[in-house]
Design a protein around this ligand. Structure first.
Ligand code: UT7
Length: 356
């Protein structure tokens, strides 16, 4: 799906940015000790770029973090109230129903349409592109787009290939209609998927293929699995291609891009994609050292962090790209937003309803 915006036409504009992180900081040695992992701090830092990450407390759900990020984005925008909510996640509060309606309810947004979107680590950009299309088509006016995940609820703490990589968090943006010349305007988008690689990133057990009520042949099949080496190659190839496609549609040359944010999967992947694209090191932004891979939250969390530090002048050319399970990939060319991000702690009105 390719969507350039022609000058003068309307598009979606980022009017608010929010972030929510669980307060518990977990360093590499703690992850290693918890899972008795055969690895060390140096290997994790050198091979992934990760030094620490945040872990949600037991009882804190994806929906809780999404409420925090959503509330922060609404405060950052200062209005108007959204008439659509999209939540990108692969760790919903429950298999059924979707988490987005509860998030909308807890945010006091009334009965607006709200739905989950599952594109794994590309989820936030898939949701951003979807919401942009909904705004352009006037199916909605203002959309709250949230990327939230608690991978600690699906990762096997004893798996050295995944446990050190993932962290928990949520990021959000409020989109309103606007014109392409504004800061925060979405200029071009690119989406793609290749289901032939669906087994490379998966939670094998617990869906309709292998229902929850049947015991799995391998107990580890209840957990998240990733074939890291193969995924690595796909991530570099697809993020590079997709980002180039968004740039072509925007008619931007790479040397005019002042902010590049890739999905925070692995520092070496990010370096490789940025090198192939020809993005100068000064214009590459990330948070992987401190937050690890926060899945659907990773791109909006970097956006929030860099915007709060005023690292980029509003209106500058910016490029977001992501890759994830599915396989899926997505890229967005946009003007850097002028919104001042807000951060919220996870809400204390946690849903502690016992299972009946
Ligand atoms: O968010 C969705 C997208 N996700 C990604 O894009 C992640 C992509 N993959 C990666 O980031 C990397 O592949 C990993 C970080 C998962 C692994 O790093 P790598 O440098 O690519 O290692 P590798 O997969 O090529 O494996 C090399 C060796 C293997 O051992 P053998 O088979 O050569 O004996 C792994 O078992 O490194 C081993 N290994 C580890 N060793 C020490 C894997 N994880 C660890 C570890 N500590 N934590």
């Amino acid at each position: 799906m390719n969507t350039p915006v022609s000058p003068g036409s309307s598009t979606a504009v980022i009017a608010g940015i929010g972030a929510c992180l669980p307060p518990r900081v977990v360093d590499n040695d703690t992850v290693i000790a918890r899972g008795a992992l055969r690895t060390d701090d140096t290997w994790i830092r050198d091979r992934t770029g990760i030094a620490r990450r945040r872990h949600a407390e037991p009882g804190t759900s994806t929906g809780d973090l999404a409420v925090g990020a959503g509330r922060a984005a609404l405060a950052s925008a200062g209005g108007p109230s959204p008439d659509m909510l999209l939540l990108a996640t692969t760790t919903p509060d429950h298999p059924c129903p979707a988490t987005a309606p509860t998030v909308a309810h807890r945010l006091g947004l009334g009965t607006i349409p709200a739905f989950d979107l599952a594109a794994v680590c590309s989820g936030f950009l898939y949701a951003l592109v979807t919401a942009t299309a909904l705004i352009r088509s006037r199916a909605c006016t203002t959309a709250l787009v949230i990327g939230a995940d608690t991978y600690t609820t699906i990762v096997d703490p004893t798996d050295r290939e995944t446990a050190p990589i993932f962290g928990d968090g949520a990021g959000a943006v409020l989109l309103r209609p606007g014109t392409p010349d504004e800061p925060g305007a979405v200029i071009a988008t690119d989406l793609g998927a290749d289901g032939s690689g669906s087994d490379l990133i998966t939670v094998p057990h617990g869906g309709s293929r292998h229902p929850q009520h049947l015991p799995p042949a391998d107990p580890a099949a209840r957990h998240f699995r990733m074939q890291g080496r193969t995924v690595y190659a796909h991530a570099v190839r697809h993020m590079t291609r997709s980002a180039n496609s968004a740039l072509r549609q925007a008619r931007w040359s790479t040397d005019t891009v002042r902010a590049f944010i890739g999905h925070q999967a692995n520092q070496r992947i990010l370096d490789s994609v940025a090198d192939r694209l020809g993005i100068e090191p000064a214009h590459r932004f990330g948070n992987i050292r401190d937050l690890g891979n926060t899945a659907a939250a990773s791109v909006p969390l970097v956006l929030a962090d860099r915007a709060v530090h005023q690292a980029v002048t509003p209106g500058e050319r910016s490029l977001l790209t992501a890759f994830g399970g599915g396989l899926t990939w997505a890229s967005v060319a946009l003007h850097w937003p002028s919104a001042v991000p807000r951060t919220e702690a996870p809400p204390t009105d946690l849903d502690t309803t016992p299972l009946s």
